[in-house]
Ligand binder design. Structure first.
Ligand code: ZN
Length: 287
């Protein structure tokens, strides 16, 4: 059964480790992540972007698939199904579809409007026993044309949103979505420390986990980050392994064209990267 992200993140924050959010795109992604979490006895958060939700034909399909897998695969570790960067409307749809957690990305609104919409969603989440992630200070990415340095959130605005009663808080600390540019200046630990001080026990979320050096990840966890989002890295290793399979002509050998064979190397590659991340984040054995 799906659980909210609250308990797993409260434990992670207190225990100085982080739970990985791995975004899913299809059955192979979901299966690979759930298998790895179970094998490593780690809590896990399945992230679904609005685009990925649409790709999978809608949130109800996602909920049906994930709930089916939890049962058929005998998954016993805590699993949360979480909307990633949701719009207000997207959040409502996921509440209705049966997600256990949502992120409302109100970072592009003026702070007062972000506060108002977040407040409404907190109420709805409480009624439905769901966890809610809010965002302060937009997190840049290639799609936004941000290069060199990601934005840093205002610690006072972070406190304002945290005090509303959200479950976890994403704040820009120089992190970026997608691949990091060559001239990236690294995470701003001064910003993270200031946010941590103002928000106390609030589990903090680090977006754009792909390509942040391991030592910076560890330092971020020591300063209060309890949830780390990984998306691009799974896509990169999946594509790489699939390309290798095709380039080696394996799809032309025997029944190598069988989609269950064709998609296997990519699926195995996702499992390997999820394992690597869970070990780095320290969530192994914490289920
Ligand atoms: Zn993000």
């Amino acid at each position: 059964m799906l659980v909210t992200a609250k308990e797993m993140l409260t434990k992670a924050k207190a225990g100085k480790y982080a739970v990985g959010q791995f975004n899913i795109n299809n059955l192979e992604w979901t299966k690979a992540i759930l298998q790895t979490a179970q094998e490593l006895n780690s809590p896990v958060i399945l992230g679904v972007s609005e685009g990925a939700g649409k790709y999978m034909t809608g949130y109800k399909t996602v909920v049906g698939m994930v709930n089916g897998m939890l049962e058929e695969m005998n998954i016993t570790v805590p699993v949360a199904l979480h909307l990633d960067h949701g719009s207000y409307e997207g959040c409502l749809k996921c509440v209705e579809a049966g997600f256990s957690s949502i992120m409302f990305d109100g970072s592009h609104y003026p702070i007062e409007e972000n506060v108002a919409k977040t407040t409404e969603l907190i109420k709805i989440c409480e009624e439905h026993h769901m966890s809610l992630e809010a965002e302060v200070g937009a997190i840049g990415g290639e799609e936004d044309g941000v290069i060199g340095k990601g934005e840093c959130a205002d610690p006072d605005e972070c406190k304002k949103i945290a005090d509303l009663g959200v479950t976890m808080l994403a704040a820009g600390i120089g992190n970026i979505h997608g691949k990091y540019p060559e001239n990236w200046e690294g995470l701003s630990f001064e910003t993270l420390e200031a946010i941590s001080e103002k928000t106390g026990d609030m589990p903090l979320v680090l977006h754009g986990g792909t390509g942040i050096p391991a030592d910076q990840i560890k330092k971020a966890i020591s300063l209060g980050v309890a949830k780390i989002n990984v998306n691009t890295e799974c896509q990169l290793v999946f594509a790489e392994a699939t390309r290798k399979y095709i380039e080696e002509g394996k799809d032309l050998q025997g029944k190598g064209f069988d989609p269950r064979k064709l998609l296997l190397p990519g699926t195995e590659a996702i499992k390997a990267i999820v394992k690597e991340k869970m070990e780095l984040f320290g969530s192994v054995g914490k289920a």
